[in-house]
Write a protein that binds this ligand. Sequence first.
Ligand code: NAD
Ligand code: IPM
Ligand code: MN
Length: 356
Amino acid sequence: MQAQIVLLPGDGIGPEVVAQGERILVAVAQKFGHSFQFTTCPIGGCAIDQFGDPLPEQTLVACKASQAVLLGAVGGPKWDDPNAKTRPEVGLLKIRKELGLFANLRPISVSPHLISASPLKTEIVQGTDILFFRELTGGIYFGQSGKETTADGESAYNTMIYSTHEVERIVRLAGQAARGRRKKVTSVDKANVLEVSRLWRRTFERVMKAEFPDVQIENVLVDAMAMHLISRPRSFDVVVTENLFGDILTDEGSMLPGSMGMLPSASIGSSGPGLYEPIHGSAPDIAGKGIANPLATILAAAMLLRHSLKLEAEAALIERAVDAVLAKGHRTADLAAGGPSIGTVEMGTLVLAELA
Ligand code: NAD
Ligand code: IPM
Ligand code: MN
């Protein structure tokens, strides 16, 4: 197979972890006789520095012409000035919107080899296997916003807005995914307070009952979900929720396997290239030290092969290689709990060795 893959390393640890993802993709291509062409483009803070724009036109054009995009992370203290003209994060939101990537899949599973890395008790986390569907191009991230100076200071607002169409399409993807898993979908909302959540819940129930009668459904309020996620993680199969709730709950969920450095994600739309990235950010506190965990990005590369290139065997091989490295006890600092640890490149090298 031939494929054009765009790499968007971004800021902070982004370039460090994407370099490892690229090594893995190159090795897989070699092993299976595929030809992947890589193009690296700027996004985020580094693109602001170079072009004054967090998503330069040439980056967007390259992504649209590709089969898939692998992204590191954007942002950092350098670009955090609240009065700045633009921000790195604007580039990320824009590329998601421009590519129509309304569904962000965030799998959270706990490898038996990582149980001790979790701050939670073994009997709670072992066997956890959740697939989050985070809505990605709507909600409060994209609703009307504004700020104004008033007589007694300043005010600012953001609007959370969803249409039935936006809810229906992500619920359908969640329902389909559940059919290939344990046949349960939990929808998370704040329907006891928010009008937009009542629309979300009505739509969820209608679509699921009409189109997925074989799938069990559950509604959970987002505040309670923050608790249930760490008290009964094993009871969840597929979880579907709006943009902001999904953002927050999956960072919380990263503590089930024990580190943000372990969670990959796939952003997909109804057609066109998908975007694959770790769920973590640019980690300014460890950037440049060579100690970031590259496994989330490597697992995102596996999702890229599975979802955009339909290379299931190749994807599964990467996932098995990662598990084998963990089984042998190798840990980056985020997973090592103060014990011996290895660096970013070394971890990449060990996964490569398992692939071979
Ligand atoms: P963060 O995810 O960057 O870091 C949170 C904590 O997790 C830090 O202590 C960090 O060191 C650790 N961590 C994250 N990834 C790790 C890895 N691979 N290996 C080891 N440790 C890891 O969140 P933050 O500090 O709140 O945000 C920093 C910047 O990143 C902000 O500018 C934010 O906007 C941006 N951000 C970008 C993305 C993205 O590009 N998709 C996602 C989240 C945050
Ligand atoms: C993520 C990040 C982004 C989000 C930010 C950086 C815009 O937190 O990908 O989870 O909120 O979606
Ligand atoms: Mn986030």
